[in-house]
Design a protein around this ligand. Structure first.
Ligand code: SF4
Ligand SMILES: [Zn+2]
Ligand SMILES: [Zn+2]
Length: 325
């Protein structure tokens, strides 16, 4: 297959766009697409400061690379979650290496260093998420990202959600007729009462396009998924969508764009998109809950459990092992 622009051997064939490109032209084409979507959805301007949330994965590091190449004012944020099996150590190392090689500023917030427990520990102690750390992880990431963006004076927070991520969430929300979530799913969530503007510049870029971009740019990223992602519903929906895409190239993009069009046409106009927010009584971050925010309430509980355990070691729950005769 030949590159449509220069006739050289193509390195990628994007059936959904009926387009094949060589490495050189692909590395120009992809940032141009991203820039087009930043402009189309009015995500941010070159005068604004953007905080890019990086995880050490291909999407977030690829996004940061693209924004930097396009000349946007960016800094990175890495959140150390303390995930086992070396996952967090490796992802932090790759994020730091990426930033250092480009002379970019990376802010690191390590949850254990800063607050006293890793995410998996927090999940167990707070007893949230039915044995999976993902709900505590999501809460913590949302909280830290927003606080870091506000404290750092950033205009927008950019995440590396790609088209595959967006469509998997869209499918899940559609199957559940989760109208409130559907109403709030968008390339841009405007700033509101202490919540920073959130943007997803890769929302129309396929996952395989990001993989190709990182390989061609020589970006080292963590290949493994987080060990807690195994068996997640997102992976399940992605597998179904990959099957559909294989049968009908462009199916994912079509689903997403039709959704955005329906949204634009007012399909969710009667659904209240903004929840009422007020500052948390403890930390000042926005919350819809009365009194303290979910993050502060989680830590109250964790501190109480830790204090109880320290003051009274016998309160540590038994492991349930049968006594040996
Ligand atoms: S799978 Fe995602 S949400 Fe769950 S613990 Fe890992 S990084 Fe956090
Ligand atoms: Zn070419
Ligand atoms: Zn709070």
């Amino acid at each position: 297959m030949k590159c449509r622009k220069c006739g050289a051997t193509a390195v990628i064939h994007m059936r959904q766009h009926k387009l094949a490109l060589c490495g050189e032209h692909y590395l120009t084409w992809l940032p141009e697409q991203v820039e087009r979507f930043i402009f189309k959805y009015r995500m941010f301007t070159r005068a604004e400061k953007v905080l890019v949330a990086v995880s050490g994965g291909k999407d977030s590091l690829g996004l940061w690379d693209i924004l930097h190449r396009l000349g946007y004012r960016t800094e990175g944020l890495y959140i150390g979650l303390g995930i086992e099996q070396n996952y967090s150590d490796e992802s932090r190392h790759l994020s730091e290496q990426f930033a250092a090689a480009r002379g970019l500023t990376l802010h690191v917030v390590d949850v254990e260093e800063k607050f006293g427990s890793t995410i998996p520990e927090l999940s167990v102690i707070s007893n949230r998420g039915h044995g999976k750390p993902c709900s505590v992880c999501g809460l913590s990431k949302r909280y830290i990202m927003n606080r870091a963006a506000l404290e750092g004076g950033f205009d927008a927070l950019a995440t590396g959600h790609n088209l595959d991520d967006e469509v998997a969430v869209l499918m899940q929300n559609t199957f559940n007729w989760a109208a409130g979530y559907l109403a709030r799913q968008a390339p841009v969530l405007p700033a509101q009462d202490g919540l920073v503007r959130k943007v997803k510049p890769l929302c129309r870029i396929y996952e395989r396009e990001m993989t190709a971009y990182c390989l061609l740019r020589g970006i080292e990223y963590i290949y493994e998924e987080c060990p807690h992602a195994e068996g997640s519903s997102t992976i399940y929906y992605k597998e179904i969508l990959n099957k559909m895409e294989g049968d009908r190239p462009g199916a994912k993009l079509q689903f997403y764009l039709s959704f955005l069009q329906a949204r634009e046409n007012g399909l969710f106009a009667n659904i209240k998109q903004e929840v009422e927010l007020h500052p948390c009584e403890r930390c000042g971050q926005p919350t819809s809950a009365p009194g303290e925010c979910a993050w502060c309430r989680m830590w109250d509980k964790v501190k109480l459990v830790k204090r109880t355990v320290t003051a009274n070691p016998e309160s540590v729950p038994l492991l349930g092992l049968a006594a040996q005769a």
